[in-house]
Design a protein. Structure first.
Length: 157
């Protein structure tokens, strides 16, 4: 507490680099590969696209002012994805999961994998955003982690 009062902040006492010197948190300092890898399950019927709710460079999570939130919200899809064929590009698009929907302006992003849609997270639910409302709670296959990128969606206008 003395350091907090004196400096106004506390220096985190962690190494600047994870696993510096390639030493890991095991008694012998070595890395452990997972004992098994599980294949990705197929996309559920009616929800062919994986939703990636990635961070945005200009904000940390939802720490942004209301006036800094982009309207209409944008989502990104590979330009060569067949999903474009069934969409009217001049109209808003709905990202739809089994839990709900979110209206977006769909944009092309060259180089993006054709089976994903990217939505930059952090906008507020009360202003019409909030991508987490589309994401089911699930635990990773190795446990102890949230499977945020396991959500599949579809697109409609």
């Amino acid at each position: 507490m003395e350091e907090l009062y004196r400096r106004g902040y506390v220096q985190v006492k962690r190494p600047a680099v994870s696993f510096e010197g390639l030493r890991f948190a095991h008694s012998d300092g070595r890395y452990r590969f997972p004992e098994e890898l599980h294949p990705e399950p197929p996309a559920p019927d009616g929800y062919p696209l994986r939703l990636l709710s990635l961070i945005r460079i200009e904000a940390t999570h939802s720490q942004m002012l209301a006036e800094d939130q982009i309207h209409p919200r944008k989502a990104y899809l590979a330009p060569d994805r067949r999903a474009w064929d069934s969409l009217d590009r001049s109209r808003p698009v709905l990202l739809i999961s089994p839990l709900g929907q979110l209206e977006v302006q769909l944009m092309e992003l060259p180089g993006l994998h054709p089976d994903v849609v990217v939505y930059r997270r952090g906008d507020w639910l009360k202003l019409g955003g909030g991508v987490n409302q589309l994401i089911a709670d699930a635990v990773t296959d190795h446990g102890w982690g949230a499977a945020y990128y396991a959500q599949h969606i579809r697109l409609e206008n």
